[in-house]
Design a protein. Sequence first.
Length: 119
Amino acid sequence: MIILLNDKQEIVSFANVGSLDGGIEVDDELFPIGFDDLFIPRLYSWKNNKLKLNYPSPPTIDEDIVSNPIDTLQEQNALLLLNDTKQSQVIYALQQQNSLLMFMLAKIEGDKNVETVDI
């Protein structure tokens, strides 16, 4: 697998086939099952040859904007909505990985009724 990192070492793109300009070749086995299907840019970082899950950071507010309280409240609201959206994406990705792991566990344990998984 080839991954493309930004300046913060976050994975912004990847390729299983072909190449990416400025990409780094890494072993596929270092990534969780379903990474391809659940990929969200900047959700993971690559540091010291290890994959790290980035948790959304709390919203930041520019302290210099205090002249108009309405503008400040609108900005805070927008930042909170953005953070909520990022957290929802992370939760969804983790739920999908959990579903896939449960499916694989059932297959390993020999559950004959498990044939497909809906993701």
